[in-house]
Structure formats: C-alpha cells, structure tokens
Design a protein around this ligand. Structure first.
Ligand code: SAM
Length: 482
C-alpha cells in the first residue's frame, strides 16, 4: 500500500486511501468531542490583521471532524463562520457564468453520463465554428461575459485543435456591446503540451472534476475509454500546472461514492496542489448527479440530501477559505439560495446543457448532459441575487491583469477586495443593466449600485468607479476595470 505523501506526484500517494480511511475513523471518533470541535471552529474563523483579514483554513482531518459532527448548534456555528469567511474574502459579490457545450461526442464509458459511448439513443452533435459564433452571440445577447466550455472526450471528433479553434472563435465575437472575456475550460485530462496550448489560447480556469477519489469505484464507474485511467485523471492538475495553467478548478460528482470519503479526498487534493505548486485550487465545484437521457440518479446509492449538501459546502468553505466555490443550475433555486449563504461565490445562470442549446427558442433535450433544475433566465437570476443582497458580478479582470494563481490569492488575502473586485463588480453590473436587463431588474440594480459605491473605502477609487459607471450609462464605452 502506498504511503501518504502530499508532495508526491503519484495519485495514490497524495490521495492515499489509507489516510482517508484513518481520517474518517478519526472524525467518527471525535464527532461529539465538543472541545476539539470548538478548537477547530476557532481556528477556521477569519482573524483581523493590520492590512485586512487572514484565515488559517483547516486540514482534511480537522474539516472531516466538523463534517462528521451532528450537533445542531455546532452546525449552525459552521454556517455562521462560513458566511463570515465568504464576506471577508469575497464580499457579497457573486460571479456569473454560463456553460457552453461544444460537442457531446465521447469515447468514454462513464456510467453516470449520458454522453457515454454506448448510448446510441442520444443525438450526437458537434458545433461548427459558425454554430459556435451563433451560440456566443446568443450568450452575449443574454449578457454573459464568462463561459465554461464543455466537451466529451473524443480524440477524433474533439481533438485539442478543435477546442483551440473554438476558443479563438469565442474570443473573436463582439456582437453589439457584447464580449466574452474569460473562457474557462472543462475538457478531459490531457498532456502537458496540450495544457500549454490552452494556456497560450488565453483560457481562464482549467476545470476537471475528479468524479470520485475512490480508486476502485472510479475504475468501476469508468469501465472503458481513456478516462478509465485513475492516475492519469487524478494527476491532470499537476500536468496543467506544469503547462503553465495556475488557475485550476476541482470538483467531485456527489452521489457516486460516500460523501465523507470524497470530502477528505478533495481536501487532500487541494493540500497537494498547495504543497507542490504553492497554490491551491482556484475553484471547487459541488455538482450532484442528476437525471439525464439514459441516466437515473437513483441507481447510485450515495445521494446526499439538501441538509448534508449544505453542511458539506460550508465545511469546504471553512477548510479552503481563499478558493472560489461554484454551484451550477443542476441545483434548484431553493438549494442555491441556501448554498450562497454558506460560501458559494460563483453561479451559472440561464444555462442550457445541450449542444447548440442557446440558439433554439425552446430548451432542447435531445443532446442534453443533465436536467437543469434552475431554469430561470439570466435576468431572473440576476434580479433574484440582488433581491437577496448579492451583487451579480460579470467581472473578468483578474486573469486579464495577470492576477492568477498565488497573485490572485494575495489579492484575496490583502483586504484590497473592496478597492478592486467590488468596484469591478459594480462596473460590470452597470454594463449588464444598461445593455441587457429588463426595466425592473435595471431599477433594482441601479439602486444597488448607488448603495454599494458608498462601500468602496478609497475615495479616489470610488470617484473613478462612479465616473466610469456614468460613462457606461451615457455612452458605448465598456470594459472598465481596476
Ligand atoms: N468530458 C470531460 C471529462 O471527461 O472530464 C468533462 C466535461 S463533462 C461535459 C462535465 C461534467 O459533467 C463531468 O465531469 C461530470 O462530473 C458532470 N456530469 C456528467 N454526467 C452528469 C449527470 N448525470 N449529472 C450531473 N453531472 C454530470
């Protein structure tokens, strides 16, 4: 059996099954140890410094104790601290994005995904560059500035050259005042060379869900195709970092395996990236398995209820305070509302999970990857966020200003967010309101901007932001950023 070593580059050593099992046993033994739980909660709290705020984060063992704890008042305390952390480092901004499905051709055999090779029922589709352009125009017309591109794994139909060409096309479309300013990429594990090419194409985050950290289950759930190789998949983020991508996004597909096991594995992966590359994951996503074409989520035994899911999200927030957290439209409005309170910093909105889905009137189901629970339009999501006192942000400034990897993390830690991210959020919201919002959303949004401008600490920054917003409202000048 491989010994646990966070600095190792071997999957089975940095995600050690033995260490996860020991962690789960430790967590179970201490789940009612109130003194220890209080100590861990205290460690997780944000501490004020002369220049801002710092958070110690938690180890996978500490966080696993909290996840195991079932004492209601301690869980309530976890939620409070998760919210404090979120407000300290991310403020009340919520970044908005949409997925763009390029192709559902796939050679893998993933048991939970309708794109699996043996599914002869699902329509296969791959966008041409003309179709990519049309989808991007539709997304720009909704108001999106940030996309996550998605594709199945198929070296013949979706080679890296195809993905790179699509990225070029996406960045080249400027429809009316529209612009896609950040393309995140969710494609299968690949080589260092291909990651280098993605970096050169100007991508934002490289996202790859682990699906499950449990090696045996992983192999059973991915019986055929290149994705079957657990080590190649699990070591992908190290190759991405080697290829120069320093913003990487982790995720587990919850429901496949025991959530406590996945939770420990996920945090060990984050610790590994920090130990080897000096920077943790840029984002963590929390997808749950959903119904889809020939997929019935009830066939997987490890589904978690909404309460457990909320607790899990809060515990991730406590463990990795500087990592962005993403929840997609797989979740309903009610669940998203709960999760936003306990640490989520990014949501998708107005999403379609089918190939070519944005250019059709009706939501198409024939090529869909999973059922979308939150089917509201982007305008409705934006308004709903504001009604719940979140600032919808279309900001893409950081990576364009070179603030990636540890430079982004330093911004987060330095307390400069209110002088940088906050005005950027307001300026990009002003763009959205001018160009795309319904009258009601625009009214609520403009009131929010007035209120929130007053919270920018530096007078000079406040004045510039207010002036830029005036310009946005009175002219076609766009894309201001700090
Ligand atoms: N093909 C790429 C790969 O191999 O990693 C990733 C793209 S895939 C379009 C994006 C993610 O959707 C997968 O990593 C998986 O976690 C998730 N997914 C697949 N089937 C799902 C389902 N039935 N419900 C919810 N999410 C699903």
């Amino acid at each position: 059996m491989a010994a646990y070593n966070p600095k190792s580059l071997k999957a089975e050593e940095f995600i050690s099954d033995e260490e996860i099992r020991a962690t789960l046993a430790y967590a179970e033994a201490n789940k009612n140890n109130v003194a220890l739980i209080d100590e861990i909660l205290e460690k997780a709290r944000p501490q004020k410094t002369a220049t801002g705020c710092v958070c110690a984060g938690l180890t996978h063992r500490e966080a696993s104790v909290l996840l195991a704890c079932e004492i209601p008042e301690k869980i309530e305390r976890m939620y409070e601290i998760a919210e404090e952390i979120k407000l300290a480092f991310y403020g009340n901004r919520i970044v908005i994005f949409a997925p763009l499905y390029l192709s559902n051709y796939c050679v893998n055999g993933c048991l939970y995904c309708p794109y699996h090779l043996k599914n002869k029922h699902i329509a296969r589709k791959k966008l041409t560059q003309e179709e990519v352009r049309a989808e991007v125009i539709a997304l720009q017309d909704m108001g999106h500035k940030r996309l996550a591109i998605e594709a199945g794994e198929d070296p013949v139909n979706n080679p890296i050259e195809y993905i790179l060409e699509c990225i070029d096309t996406i960045y080249s479309v400027h429809h009316k005042n529209g612009d896609i300013r950040r393309v995140n990429v969710n494609i299968a594990a690949t080589t260092v060379e291909n990651y280098r090419r993605l970096k050169e194409a100007g991508i934002g985050t490289y996202i790859l869900f682990q699906e499950t950290y449990h090696k045996e289950s992983y192999e059973r759930l991915h019986p055929t195709g290149p994705k079957h190789d657990y080590a190649y998949h699990t070591e992908a983020m190290d190759r991405a970092m080697e290829g120069g991508i320093d913003d990487v996004g982790l995720g587990v597909l919850f429901g496949l395996e025991l959530y406590k096991y996945e939770f420990a594995g996920l945090l060990m992966h984050a610790e590994h990236l920090e130990a080897v590359h000096g920077v943790g994951p840029h984002t963590i996503s929390v997808p749950r398995v959903k119904r889809a074409d020939d997929i019935d989520p009830d066939e997987f035994d490890n589904g978690i209820d909404d309460e457990t899911f909320t607790k899990l999200t809060a515990c991730i927030r406590l463990a990795v305070p500087y990592t962005g957290m993403i929840v997609s439209t797989r979740e309903s409005e009610a669940v998203r509302r709960k999760l936003l309170r306990v640490g989520i910093s990014q949501v998708s909105g107005g999403s379609r999970t089918s190939v070519g889905g944005y250019t059709t009137e009706e939501r198409p189901h024939d090529t869909e990857q999973f059922d979308v629970s939150d089917q509201r339009s982007l305008d409705e999501v934006v308004r709903w966020l504001m009604e719940n006192n979140h600032i919808p942000s279309f900001c893409t400034a950081c990576y364009r200003a070179g603030r990636t990897g540890d430079r982004f993390m330093s911004l987060c830690k330095s307390g400069q967010i209110l002088n940088c991210c906050h005005p950027n959020a307001l300026m990009t919201l002003a763009e959205y309101l001018e160009d795309y919002a319904s009258p009601e959303t625009k009214k609520i949004g403009n009131e929010m901007i007035e209120r929130e401008l007053g919270r920018i600490p530096k007078e000079k920054v406040r004045e510039i932001a207010a002036q830029n917003i005036k310009d946005i409202r009175s002219s076609n000048r766009r894309d201001f950023r700090f």
